[in-house]
Design a protein around this ligand. Structure first.
Ligand code: MN
Length: 230
């Protein structure tokens, strides 16, 4: 094929920083996987059964909102919710990885917010319908710069505040599936490749956002994410 018949869409890019915060370049996003119900207290606040294992859903790559941009309040919802999450950036290929190899596929980590149309999600759950409209809408995946990272995965505090008031305050160590287990599990369902992002689930305290809200998310040792809902 010689030429495209329409202009190809630009590749979504997230900036990368080294361990000291210096810019390293851009991380081209291939796709976004997300883990649902990966913290017991959040699973309970969503009415889930204590024996339900975590599971995956996805968002399109162009749902990412890199630092410096503000997400638009989505259409067709009256209940937009924040979910602060540790994000794993994949730098290596992987199929059928075991837990011991899984961290070798990790390039780095970021702070993300899995924005959710909670009203549409509740309706989809009731009817047994897919979550795409509830989870995979435009601007639904704000993310901080990715921090290059080698070695054991982060396990520190994860927080989110709205207009300065703390709404979510948990610990990444409380995840039901840890990072290695998430990457290994994902690699059994998909062929992971450089550019994949995995949002790893949110602790308790999710709640609504309105236009003009200033949101700050942080994962200890990984970074901070700040945006205003426009
Ligand atoms: Mn989530």
């Amino acid at each position: 094929m010689d030429e495209f018949v329409i202009a190809p869409a630009p590749v979504p890019v997230v900036p990368v920083e080294d361990e000291r915060g210096a810019a390293l370049g851009g991380f081209p996003v291939r796709r976004i996987l997300c883990v649902g119900r990966n913290y017991a207290a959040h699973r309970r606040e969503m009415g889930g059964d204590d024996r339900d294992p975590p599971f995956f859903f996805s968002k399109p790559a162009d749902a990412v909102v890199p630092p410096g941009r503000d997400p638009a309040y989505p259409t067709r919802t009256a209940d937009l919710h924040h979910e602060v999450e540790l994000v794993v950036a994949i730098g290596g290929a992987g199929r059928d990885l075991d837990v011991a190899q899984a961290l070798d596929a990790v390039y780095g980590y970021a702070v993300g917010v899995d924005l959710t149309r909670r009203d549409l999600q509740a309706r989809a759950k009731d009817k047994g319908q897919p979550w795409d409209a509830a989870k995979g809408f435009d601007d639904s995946a704000p993310i901080s710069a990715i921090r290059r990272w080698q070695g054991p995965a982060p396990t520190g505090r994860i927080t989110l505040s709205v207009n300065g008031a703390v709404k979510q305050d948990g610990s990444v160590a409380d995840m039901i599936w840890n990072v290695a287990e998430i990457v290994a599990e994902a690699s059994k369902l998909w062929g992971l490749a450089p550019g994949d992002l995995i949002y790893t689930g949110t602790p308790e305290g999710v709640g609504p956002l309105v236009r003009g809200d200033r949101v700050e998310g942080e994962v200890e040792g990984v970074g901070k994410l700040t945006f205003t809902v426009r």
